[in-house]
Design a protein around this ligand. Structure first.
Ligand SMILES: *Cc1c(COP(=O)(O)O)cnc(C)c1O
Ligand SMILES: [Zn+2]
Length: 417
């Protein structure tokens, strides 16, 4: 059972039944799920959540789908790690890493797909599909395989090997488009109008997007039922970023936490920074860009939720930062070296942006901060392959090892950035 009862236009507030639709017939605004928060509050306590499974399904009362339709491959309730070494490196007193690299397909996209596929099955769809920058394709393919559903995933043709193989292994129909993500998305919107498929980020997008709130829920629960002072999240379409904030507000609305005063900051790569550029220009209206960055998972030049992300930034007093490809690699290496977490390029963007925000005073030292790391590094190994310490290559003989170690101590062979 679900406490969602309608889709509501984010612009004109007209309500629609819970159907596989995504935009308002009157004003073309995006639709968002509406819930009966009184009923949720009456049926949800800290204790009832704590007694739930160690996955995002512990928040079932707050999800827009019936749990009977769930496809559970173990998504969510990922670790929140106290990051003292990274805190010191960037200049903060208290920092936490929300480590979403450990989801079943190694990115936070398993959250949105868990919700989308459950709702799609509830609607009676027999095939799943998506337009993806890579991680979404991996997750849709995996969940469809586990559900025994047909699957069609569409990706741009410049993705990393780890993301192409990371979809192909689940045996979907994998379509590579000659163009950018924005081209992929445009084509998929046309296909979605003609095929009876659940495109997770098109016709079932309102349900899909709700899955990202679970990061906000988890951060609050794992901090001991309270919100942090500051959160830094990566932004592609801007959906994740806005939904983390929505999750914190909802936890307050149903009486689980005090009113959050969290400042929400967002991270983008300089080579694809429509939201951060608009923030710097002091406007809520971004200008689309043609992406050119190693952070391919964030390479959305025309972000669907860019406007709402900028509104959230304004409302919460957060900021945006953009970082270069060189800084992205440094961010990946810094997180790995300080906390033992290997993130993909989006994680490098987020850590590098965190560092910039602290250095520029946008985050002050005494703000308790959570940095959201959304994907695992083995998927984007190209970005760092030639920028890590080279191994000592020796014959299997003790004296060769001793000699190699002595030689390294004289002249380190580490390859820098
Ligand atoms: C998709 C993605 C994001 C951002 O998602 P949006 O909701 O579109 O902003 C962040 N990190 C990773 C690793 C992703 O795959
Ligand atoms: Zn409307």
């Amino acid at each position: 059972m679900s406490y969602s009862y309608a889709l509501r236009c984010r612009e004109c507030a007209r309500e629609y039944p819970l159907d596989p639709i995504f935009s308002c017939e009157f004003c073309f605004g995006p639709l968002e799920v509406a819930y009966d928060y009184e009923a949720i509050a009456a049926n949800t306590t800290r204790e009832s959540i704590e007694a739930g499974p160690p996955t995002l399904w512990r928040y079932a009362n707050l999800l827009p789908c019936d749990v009977d339709y769930k496809v559970d491959i173990g998504t969510g309730f990922t670790p929140l790690i106290k990051a003292d070494c990274l805190a010191e490196a960037v200049g903060l007193d208290t920092l936490w890493v929300k480590n979403d690299t450990v989801n079943p397909t190694w990115s936070f996209k398993d959250r949105v797909v868990s919700v989308a596929i459950a709702r799609a099955r509830q609607f009676g769809f027999e095939a799943m599909a998506c337009a993806s920058t890579g991680n979404l394709a991996n997750s849709v393919a995996a969940h469809s395989a586990a559900a025994g559903m047909d699957c069609f995933v569409f990706i741009p043709d410049d993705l990393e090997q780890g993301k192409v193989v990371g979809s192909g292994i689940y045996d979907p129909t994998l379509v590579m488009i000659e163009g950018s993500y924005d081209d992929v998305n445009r084509l998929c919107t046309e296909i979605a109008a003609n095929r009876p498929w659940a495109f997770v980020n098109i016709n079932v997008r309102p349900y899909y997007a709700e899955g990202s709130r679970t990061i906000g829920f988890e951060i609050a629960e794992q901090l001991g039922w309270r919100a942090p002072d500051h959160i830094v999240s990566p932004m592609a379409s801007g959906s994740l970023y806005t939904k983390i904030w929505k999750g914190l507000q909802e936890f307050h609305k149903i009486g689980l936490i005090e009113e959050p005063t969290t400042r929400m900051s967002g991270a983008q790569a300089e080579g694809c920074s429509p939201i951060a550029t608009a923030y710097e220009a002091g406007t809520l209206n971004f200008v689309p860009q043609k992406p050119n960055t190693i952070a391919r998972s964030l390479a959305i030049g025309n972000p669907a939720d860019g406007y709402y992300a900028l509104k959230t930034m304004e409302e919460t007093g957060g900021a945006a930062a953009m970082v270069t490809d060189v800084e992205i690699v440094e961010g990946i290496k810094l997180l790995a070296k300080t906390e033992g977490i290997f993130a993909e390029t989006a994680g490098g963007v987020t850590v590098a942006a965190l560092r910039k925000l602290v250095a520029s005073g946008k985050i002050s030292r005494d703000e308790e901060t959570v940095v959201v790391i959304t994907g695992g590094g083995l998927k984007t190994i190209e970005a760092v392959a030639d920028k890590v310490s080279a191994p000592l290559r020796i014959p299997a003989r003790l004296e060769k090892f001793d000699a190699a170690l002595a030689a390294r101590d004289v002249a380190p062979v580490a390859v820098g950035v």
